[in-house]
Design a protein around this ligand. Structure first.
Ligand SMILES: [Zn+2]
Length: 342
């Protein structure tokens, strides 16, 4: 990637209505068996094409083959009972029905490698693949075996590393770990969270990203954000640790967020994926709004380390809204790119 300000989405995109009920998380599949498998790959191809049409530089799978960014990965592991689901409180915020860990966890076979090969075959652009981070995984399940968040996180980190190495071998250029839990459990982040994340990324030659956000634009998250006050300083806890870490890039929430923009300076030296698209609103940003957000962070991140992106995944949005937001991201980045070149 040589172009300045390479653009990408954080991860998920809305699914076609024929595949799953739109504008909903954990939406059940509408197809079954082989037809479902074919439908997921068709949707993945469409998601890749939509990103290319919008002019994005880095292409993702839009998470079209996953019901959810965390549970789908967990459900493919041994030691997990996904039929006997339990209701747990996720990130101290909302209840969800999740799989249960009932024995030693292991990965019997690759989870997303075939999907990654399909994406690789669909586009010549660099591709990025998102995996859940270890801490966010343990926060999205019920544990009836390990009895230690840290111990389970290390197990997951080793499993994630196996998967990430195979994704890299399948042609994935950028591996992203989603760790929204880093904005909530600060003691764990300090004590073992960053170390477990580094373990997940160990030995990778591809670029590595950690995505930390305030969540999808769903009611439970929006209600939580309303309690955080005028200044959101959660990143102040994790950024200095990540600045010292082996992870190449940090993906963060910025546009329409109450995060003080100077906190980005805590990452100086790292690449930064800046969220210039609000995923909690149906209003499509103008290119000029995107450009304004990107300009606002330039005092805190070197231009050659700035990657314009979205605040979080766009799964809960309408497809047309998501397409509009991707086009705005692309056009807004082009404005700032031209300014920097001039
Ligand atoms: Zn997110």
């Amino acid at each position: 990637m040589t172009a300045l300000l390479p653009t990408s989405i954080v991860g998920s995109l809305p699914k076609p209505a024929w595949l799953a009920e739109p504008e909903k998380l954990w939406s059940p599949w509408k197809l079954e068996g082989e037809v479902l498998a074919e439908g997921k790959h068709d949707a993945l191809g469409l998601a890749a094409d939509d990103q290319a049409l919008a002019g994005l530089d880095i292409v993702s799978d839009g998470e079209q083959t996953r019901q959810h960014f965390v549970t789908t990965f967990i459900e493919h592991l041994d030691g997990v009972d996904f039929e006997n689901r339990e209701t747990v409180r996720i990130r101290d915020r909302y209840d969800a029905s999740v799989p249960t860990v009932v024995g030693p966890v292991s990965r019997r076979r690759p989870v997303f490698v075939d999907d990654a090969k399909a994406l690789r075959a669909r586009t010549d652009r660099p591709i990025k693949w998102a995996l859940p981070g270890p801490m966010t995984m343990i926060d999205t399940l019920a544990d009836r075996h390990y009895g230690s968040r840290e111990e389970l996180a290390w197990e997951f980190a080793a499993i994630l590393n196996q998967e990430a190495r195979e994704l890299e071998a399948a042609g994935v250029d950028i591996i992203q770990f989603d760790e929204p839990a880093f904005n909530v459990f600060f003691d764990d982040v300090r004590e073992w969270g960053v170390a477990a994340l580094e373990r997940a990324a160990e030995g990778l030659r591809s670029e590595t990203v950690v995505h930390i956000c305030y969540g999808y634009g769903i009611k439970a998250n929006n209600d939580w954000k309303a309690t955080l006050g005028d200044e959101w300083r959660q990143y102040e806890e994790s950024f200095p640790l990540l600045q010292q870490s082996t992870i190449d890039t940090v993906s963060l929430e910025c546009h329409h967020s109450h995060v003080p923009v100077e906190l980005i300076g805590l990452l100086r030296g790292k690449k930064v994926m800046v969220g210039a698209i609000d995923v909690a609103s149906d209003v499509v940003e103008t290119p000029e709004e995107v450009a304004a957000t990107l300009r606002s962070v330039l005092p805190y991140v070197d231009a050659d380390k700035l990657l314009p992106s979205t605040n979080c995944g766009m799964a809960p949005l309408a497809r047309e809204v998501a397409r509009g937001k991707m086009a705005a991201l692309s056009a807004g980045a082009a404005i700032v790119r031209a300014e920097l070149a001039g």
